[in-house]
Design a protein around this ligand. Sequence first.
Ligand code: NAD
Ligand code: DAU
Length: 360
Amino acid sequence: MRTYLVTGGAGFIGSNYIHYMFKKYDKEIRIINVDALTYAGNPENLKSIENRDNYTFIKADICDKETISRIFAENDIDRVVHFAAESHVDRSIKNPEIFVRTNVLGTAVMLNCAQAAWELPDGTYKKDKKFLHVSTDEVYGSLEEDGGYFYETTPYAPHSPYSASKAGSDMLVRSFMDTYHFPANITNCSNNYGPYQFPEKLIPLIINNALQGKKLPVYGDGKNVRDWLYVEDHAKAIDMVQEKGRLFETYNVGGHNEKQNIEIIHIILDTLREMLSDDDPRKALVTDDLITYVEDRKGHDRRYAIAPDKIRAEIGWEPETMFKEGIKRTIQWYFEHEDWMRNVTSGEYQKYYEENYGKR
Ligand code: NAD
Ligand code: DAU
C-alpha cells in the first residue's frame, strides 16, 4: 500500500485532490495530510473522509522542521504531493513576508526532510520515492493579449510577491533535482475553479456576492485573461504526472479555456439566473447592475495561457470538464453548501474584505 504525504490538503485544491485520490484508489493507498489550518485551510472540506482508516490528519506547519522530519521518520512515505502555500495574489501585495516564509522556506523544509528520509548512503534513493511540487503558471509572468502561450521552456518572470515566492520554491525543487538527483516533478497549472474554493478568489467571490445582491468588484477594465481549469482535472493531472511522467521534468497543466474576467462574471450571472427557480427570492438580486469597476490590482498580469502540449503528448492527460459544465457543477455545489460559505465568510473574512475592497 502506497503512503502519500499531502501538504495543504485542507485547502481548495488539496482537499479536491484527496477526494479524487480516495475515489480512484479507495483502500489501495494511505494519505497523511499535513496542514497548518491557516484562514484558507478548512477541516470541513474533508468531513466525508475524515474517519477512514487509511487517512490521517496532522495539524502542523511545513516550516517546522522537527515535526516534518518526525512525520517522515514515523511513516514510510512513498509520495509527497506538496500543495501547502499562501496562494492569494492580493494578500501577497499587502503582506509579502508570510509568502516567502511558507512558500520558499516551507518548500525547503519539505525537500530537506524528504531527502533525508529517502537518500541512501551511496547517494541514490530508496526505490520508487517521488516528490511532486504543485506550482502555478504565474511564475512565467504575463502574456500579451494578442498571442503566445506559456511552455515549460518559457523563462521565469514573476511579478507579484506571490508568484515570486512560488518561482523561488520551483527553483529550490530544480536545485534539489540538479544537485542531489532528488526524485521530483514540478507541475505549473493555470487558474482552478470548483468546489471548496475560498471566496477571496474571483469565481466563488462573484457567486457569493451575486446571491446576496452585493457589488461585484471588477479590477481595472475587466479584460485581463485567465485560463480556467476545473479542479478535478488538475487533481487527475497531478496523479498522472506522478505515476506516468518522467522524473525531473516539469509539466504545464491548463484547460485551453481563456476568458476575460468580465466574461466570467457574465457567465456566472447568466448561469445563476438559469439555475435559480422563479420563486427563489435570490433570483431578483442577481442583476448585471451589480457589476462595479474598481481600482486595478497593483502589477496586474494581463494574460495567462498554458500550452498543455507536453502533458498531452507524453502522458495522455487532457482536460475533461468543459467550462459550461464545470461552472454549473461549481454553482450547484455552492447552492448545496450555504453553511460552508456562511462559516468561511464570518469573522476574519469580513476584515479582509473591508481591507481589500473598502477603499477601492
Ligand atoms: P489554498 O490557499 O486554498 O490552500 C492552501 C492550504 O495550505 C491551506 O489548507 C492552508 O491551511 C495550508 N497552509 C498554508 N500555510 C501552511 C503552512 N505554513 N504549513 C502547512 N500548511 C499550510 O490554496 P490552493 O488554491 O488550494 O492552492 C494549492 C497549491 O496549488 C498552492 O501551492 C498554489 O500555489 C497552487 N496553485 C493554485 C492554483 C489556483 O488556481 N488556486 C493554480 C495553480 C497552482
Ligand atoms: O494562475 C494560477 C493562479 O490563479 C494561482 O497560482 C493562484 O493561487 C490563484 O489565486 C489564481 O491567481 P489569480 O490572481 O489569477 O486569481 P484571482 O481569483 O485572485 O483573480 C482572477 C482574476 O480576477 C484576476 O485577473 C484578478 C481578477 N479579480 C479578482 C478578484 C478577487 C477581480 O477582477 N476582482 C476580484 O475581486
